[in-house]
Design a protein around this ligand. Sequence first.
Ligand code: SDX
Length: 422
Amino acid sequence: MPETITITDDRTGKQITVPITDGVFPASAVRELDPSLYIYDPAYMQTAACKSSITYLDGDNGVLRYRGYPIEQLAAKSTYLEVAYLLLNGELPDAAQLATWTYEVTNHTYIHENMRKRFVDGFHYDAHPMGMFVSSLAALGTFYNDAKDIDDKASRDKQILRLIAKTPTLASMAYRFSAGLPFVYPDNDLSFPGNFLNMMWKVGEYNIDPRLERAMDVLFILHADHEQNCGTTAMRIVGSSHADPYTSAAAAASALYGPLHGGANEAVVRMLTDIGHIDNVPAFIEEVKGGKGSRLMGFGHRVYKNYDPRATIIKKTAYDVFEVTGKNPLLDIALKLEETALSDPYFVDRKLYPNVDFYSGLIYQAMGFPVSMFTVLFAIPRTVGWLAHWQELLGDKDQKISRPRQWYTGVEARDYTPMAGR
Ligand code: SDX
């Protein structure tokens, strides 16, 4: 059977046949049929906006692979810095490459003192840490004017290194400011996750529990990339105008901030807290089904019509963390919600399963992070995903500035109406 598709314009009888490659056919076929014809696809539900070799998702079977490696194996055997190298370079590093990469990241964790002493003090005392984080990404770029040299690979690599290394510093700075605590400078003797935990929690002494350090690393691995999600699409769209990577990342982080996207982990814990007790779960589920109140946050996914593989791993990681911190009391409500929803036709028929955000917030809360920091914790590792797609975009000869068209449904031409006639 030919791997082609034929489109016929019944208005003219004109036909176009184009190849289907890996389940994709070029929209240019429509342009050949009639340049004034556009495909209407709000929210890009049926659109492949780019070619990419970074991450593969199979939503029906709950498969997630970074550069071909199953997420389950990377979460069990790798580290975030090794995964960051893999996402950016396409291959796992050898020992020398990993040592160099780790040294480079570790020695770029500081931010300019003016960010600490002047920029951050401009925020209101109760500024949301994610709003501070988004602003800090763009502000960080103002210290590196060479970031505009996006055609220079050496400059791109330097900015990529800076952003990966400094996002934990920006994140902890936002938290420490919100908590009224003095900032903790990066400690280059610590691991990537260990340094972040130290910058977050150190007051006098702070002993890093290796189980929490590993759990943080696993969570960073799981959140590092996820194909053409909303935030990464924002990175690609802004990056396509040849904006620098800091302002492009600020756009991506802004998209992630939304409660339908990365803001869902914060919304889940607020939802579980509002439910308050497992006895209230059935009534809450009925409210969701009736379209009253909130959605079942942390459930559902545009791609996964099966269990999000990350949720499975996070659920297991939660128990490792609770061994150290004690069980999060909201866990029982979450488990009851999952059990009830997965046996209810409303959710089963709509293929709504727990996603990456359903259990992650329980871990963060048990580790002591305030709910307002949850999306910042998502943004730290997702920075490497945004940057991997950004550099892939700039190297893709098919790509140019993103500029979709529209289905105009407004009024036709009309003359200006003087005030007397209105
Ligand atoms: C992330 O894209 C990515 O890869 C994102 C992400 C990543 O790593 O980058 O995986 C991270 O964003 C995970 C998703 C976090 N968001 C949430 O948990 C918020 C709650 N979930 C939803 O709002 C929703 O499921 C979305 C936004 C995730 C997906 O929405 P879609 O694909 O646009 O689906 P939809 O809104 O069209 O819903 C289809 C149906 C609707 O019912 P009907 O109108 O057909 O009757 O399912 C219902 C929706 O009402 N539905 C839900 C629901 N999600 C969808 N009903 C109740 N609770 C929900 N959570």
